[in-house]
Each structure stands twice: as structure tokens, then as C-alpha cells.
Design a protein around this ligand. Structure first.
Ligand code: KG4
Ligand code: ZN
Length: 357
């Protein structure tokens, strides 16, 4: 294993243009994120063409800023890591082409990174001098149970070591983040939905209604589409309408109290759905660590419920490292480089929009 490895990570899978520099898979030297969210907000969701165009404008300034923040020159960078999937193809292409070009020009090995797997690697960062980051004191231990809760994925993965994992189960329909975003729409809360539902839920009663938890055939599988429909029906009933009332009319007919109660009850049931399965997996596999990654890993109720119910102490990374960022890409890139994984061919590596674990 190489003693020191400094990796530039590049991430453009959705609406965030991100670059970061990480040393030895544990020390965060720089983390820069430019988001086109303000434009997407106007449309109530990410518009792929706008995201891709915005990546083109931001990618080089973001990379330059990350290198400047890390006080790095190209001579200090040992490798480049870049997301090649999963994500929006037009978005992925911009980061991947930038990374391929830089790898060729600067003669650096290039590591093609799975975004879904990388979300978990944010948990390996334990050191930084950057302001405003709270990181765990120690890295996770193997065997470890990884809980991926993002806008595109909800998966439980058992890792025996780096790159050596088994997918235990996953959502059979919507991802949990997608459910947060859809519930936000039903309640007329601004995009991105996770954060607005979190804020609204803080004022509500989490036991105001009965909402269902799906029973799945696969022991470690999830489903969130039934829960989302139950939220819609509850909202329609509350305003005295039947199921034919279009959801677009609900925000103006629900009062603030009702919105807060729906947000809080939905959050409780969504969180319990994940944590029930995490506990089952914990009992069966007794991992040394349990880690969570992806945008929904920023959710305080999810963090609290896991900490309350898991029999082992659980630590979390900074909330800023849960949503999409370059640090998680650079960290997984460090481990690939340190453990001798085969680099990608910078002349031919392509995107994989539907990549999973
Ligand atoms: O990991 P991420 O940034 O992008 C994907 O890889 O999908 O996750 C984005 C998702 C969105 O669905 C967003 O609503 C959700 O994460 N999210 C949250 C919170 N912050 C972001 N969900 C619940 N609570 C939050 N605080
Ligand atoms: Zn993500």
C-alpha cells in the first residue's frame, strides 16, 4: 500500500458540479460544490438539459477552486477519480470528459467511480482543517453494513472489505429520497423536498395519522410507493375530497398544521421502514460498523432513530457530505489507488447512467 495518495475527485451526476481533494482516503483537503438548484427550483425538479449546461460552465472553475483550497499544484495530485454512473447521462458526460482530458494532459491515473458506492465512502473521512465540518473520529470497520438512502437508491449492502460486498436488498419501486421529494410536492413545499419536509416536520405530530409500512417478499427489500400514495389519500381526506382531487390543488387547501403533521408522520414511517430492515440485517450479520450515505443520511430523524435502536454506537459524517459531493468520489478513488485497483482507460471509459451496487 502506498503511504501517501492525494486524489482529485470530480462529481457531476445530477445538478451539483463538485470537486474535492482527499489525502490517503481520510483527510479532506478541499471540497467545492456549485449547484444549479436555484434554477431547477423554478421548475420543481432537476431539468437535465439545464443541469448539463450548468456543469459545462462550472466544471473548470470548481476544479481550480478545489486545487487552490487544497493548496495543490498538479504535481501534488497522484490520481483523478470521477463519477461515471449512476446519474443523468448529459450531466455525467461533462465531469467524465473533463476528468478524461485532465488525466491525459496531466498524465494521471484515472479511476472511474460508482456514485452509489462512493456515498458510503464519505464516512471514511476523519480529518480536515476545513472550517464547518464535523467528522467522526474513527473510520468504519469491516465487516460493515452500508445503508444507501439517496434520491435514486435505497439499498442495504454488506461489505467484507473494500470492493468486496453483497447487496442484501433494495427498494422495489421509489427510492426514499424520491418519496421525500414527492411528499414535498403534495404539500406544496419547495424543491429539494428532503430539506423542506425536514423543516416542516419539526413542527408536526409524527403520530397524527396511520400510514402503512409495506410488507416485502425479500427480507431486506423496501417499497416507498404505497407510502407516498397513502400520504396523497390522507391529504385528500383531510380537505374533504376524494381520490379524484388533483394533487396540485392540495397545497392551497391544506393548512399549516395539517402539512406539518403529514410531513412528520410520513418522515417517521419512512425512517422506521429503513431502520426496521437495518436492525434485521444487524442481527443476522453483526457487522462491526453500520454507516449511512446519500442525501437522506442528512435527515436528523433517521440519524436519531438509528442511534436509538442499534445496539452499537453509530457515528455520522457531516451533513454536507451526505448530499452529492466530490469528497466521497475522491475518498473511494484514494482506496482504489492505494489498494492497487486497475485504473480506467482515459481514452475510452464511458458513462453508466443506470449503475447500481
Ligand atoms: O444523494 P443525493 O444528493 O442525490 C442522489 O444521489 O440521488 O440525494 C438527494 C436526495 C433528494 O431526494 C433529497 O430530497 C434527499 O436526498 N434529502 C433529504 C434531506 N436532504 C436531502 N431527505 C431527507 N432529509 C434531508 N435533510
Ligand atoms: Zn447522490
Amino acid at each position: 500500500m502506498l503511504i501517501h495518495m492525494v486524489v482529485l475527485g470530480i462529481e457531476t451526476s445530477c445538478d451539483d458540479t463538485a470537486a474535492a481533494v482527499v489525502k490517503d482516503g481520510k483527510r479532506l483537503l478541499a471540497n467545492v460544490v456549485a449547484s444549479s438548484m436555484d434554477i431547477h427550483k423554478l421548475y420543481g425538479g432537476v431539468v437535465p438539459e439545464i443541469a448539463a449546461r450548468s456543469h459545462i460552465e462550472s466544471i473548470m472553475p470548481v476544479i481550480k477552486q478545489a486545487m487552490a483550497d487544497a493548496r495543490c499544484t498538479w504535481g501534488d495530485i497522484d490520481a483523478i477519480a470521477v463519477t461515471y454512473g449512476a446519474g443523468l447521462n448529459g450531466s455525467l458526460l461533462i465531469g467524465l470528459l473533463a476528468a478524461r482530458t485532465l488525466a491525459i494532459l496531466k498524465k494521471k491515473p484515472l479511476y472511474a467511480i460508482n456514485h452509489v458506492e462512493a456515498h458510503l465512502y464519505a464516512n471514511f473521512l476523519t480529518e480536515t482543517k476545513l472550517e464547518g465540518y464535523t467528522l467522526p473520529a474513527d473510520p468504519p470497520q469491516f465487516p460493515m453494513l452500508g445503508v444507501i438512502v439517496s434520491g435514486g437508491h435505497s439499498q442495504l449492502v454488506l461489505f467484507r472489505g473494500h470492493f468486496d460486498y453483497t447487496l442484501l436488498g433494495q427498494t422495489q419501486d421509489d427510492a426514499i429520497g424520491e418519496a421525500f421529494d414527492k411528499v414535498a410536492k403534495i404539500l406544496g413545499l419547495p424543491y429539494p423536498g428532503g430539506l423542506s419536509v425536514e423543516k416542516k416536520a419539526a413542527e408536526g405530530n409524527a403520530h397524527a395519522f396511520r400510514l402503512p409500512k409495506a410488507r416485502m417478499q425479500g427480507k431486506y427489500d423496501f417499497s416507498f410507493s404505497g407510502l407516498k400514495t397513502a400520504v396523497l389519500r390522507t391529504a385528500q381526506e383531510l380537505v374533504g375530497a376524494d381520490y379524484s382531487l388533483p394533487s396540485i390543488e392540495l397545497p392551497s387547501r391544506l393548512n399549516d398544521r395539517q402539512k406539518a403533521d403529514i410531513a412528520a408522520t410520513f418522515t417517521r414511517v419512512a425512517v422506521e421502514t429503513i431502520v426496521d430492515k437495518v436492525l434485521l440485517a444487524y442481527e443476522e450479520f453483526t457487522p462491526k460498523s453500520v454507516i449511512i450515505g446519500g442525501g437522506v443520511a442528512a435527515s436528523p430523524p433517521l440519524r436519531q432513530e438509528l442511534a436509538n435502536r442499534l445496539p452499537l454506537p453509530i457515528t455520522y459524517t457531516d451533513r454536507k457530505l451526505c448530499t452529492d459531493n466530490g469528497a466521497m468520489i475522491a475518498t473511494l478513488g484514494c482506496f482504489k489507488a492505494m489498494l492497487g485497483a486497475e485504473p480506467a482507460d482515459p481514452y475510452s471509459v464511458g458513462t453508466a447512467p443506470n449503475l447500481s451496487m
